[in-house]
Design a binder for this molecule. Structure first.
Ligand code: OAD
Length: 253
């Protein structure tokens, strides 16, 4: 550990985090924004500008036009593969080293937390790199693209789809149970780079509060959670998180 850094963080927040033994963090698209992944609700560019993400991320959209949905995810997968984790992702890896029991819960499907080195990430909305069968649910380790059609399941011949949670679908129950348990048990709950508009993820902060946790929100702008948060740190997560980690625990190497 090196010397503490001078910062403008509230002293109560610094002491709270130094004493904290159990924390949980929920991240959203804002955390990946500085890596170059557009946030979910950002305007789409180019050929995709005519579609709302909400109209592509549903089972109905896939049934209606599987190739369109497959291609949209292929584009997003390629984008996620071409970017790298940012300082916000790395600061969360550090936080997991500094806090005895730290649970990272993400709504992001880009896999950047795992690539940064975060242990045990709870991926509430799945992962864009994984693919499974739309019919039988069997995961597909490999698949072949011919550019013309949607690849098919080796087991049942059904169409393959990304292993992400679409609107109207259930979240993976094991991941959701683990997220609720961490939220209820933590002393500090971070809500980072998420608009807090999508359930059930948006309720985790309230469950944490109900269990007596302090809620720390980091976002570029206020959200529906802000009025309930104990601390609202306004700005980019890629700047605030590393500064916070350095201020609380010093620069660990
Ligand atoms: P949104 O796109 O709804 O919100 C992104 C949030 O990040 C906004 O509140 C921004 O103000 C904030 N933000 C942007 N850049 C930031 C930065 N550099 N630092 C800090 N905050 C920043 O994304 P999510 O809340 O993740 O679900 O959306 C949640 C879910 O909605 C997604 O997982 C997706 C979507 O429906 C499914 O696909 C099931």
């Amino acid at each position: 550990m090196c010397e503490q850094m001078e910062t403008n963080f509230p002293p109560e927040l610094i002491s709270l985090l130094r004493a904290c033994r159990r924390a949980a963090a929920l991240t959203g698209a804002g955390v990946s924004q500085e890596s170059g992944v557009p946030t979910f609700r950002d305007a789409q560019s180019g050929l995709w500008a005519q579609y709302r993400p909400e109209d592509l991320a549903t089972p109905e959209a896939f049934r209606r036009n599987p190739k369109l949905v497959w291609d949209w995810y292929a584009m997003r997968r390629a984008r996620a593969d071409s970017v790298a984790p940012n300082p916000g992702h790395y600061a969360l890896v550090e936080m997991a080293r500094c806090i005895e029991d730290f649970t990272l819960i993400t709504q992001n499907v880009d896999g950047l937390h795992a690539r940064a080195g975060s242990p045990k990430v709870i991926e509430l909305h799945g992962n864009i790199r994984r693919v499974k069968c739309f019919e039988c649910g069997q995961p597909a380790a490999t698949w072949r693209e011919d550019g013309e059609t949607v690849p098919r399941c080796a087991a049942c011949g059904g169409l393959l789809r990304p292993d992400v949670v679409w609107f109207g679908e259930m979240l993976p129950s094991e991941a959701l149970d683990a997220a609720w348990a961490a939220a209820r048990a933590c002393q500090v709950f971070f809500s980072i780079g998420t608009s807090g508009l999508v359930q059930p993820a948006a309720s985790l902060a309230y469950a944490a509060r109900g269990g007596g946790a302090a809620v720390v929100e980091i976002n570029l702008e206020p959200t529906p959670l802000t009025a309930q948060a104990d601390f609202f740190l306004r700005g980019k997560s890629g700047e605030i998180l590393p500064a916070l980690v350095a201020a609380v625990w010093g620069q660990t190497q």
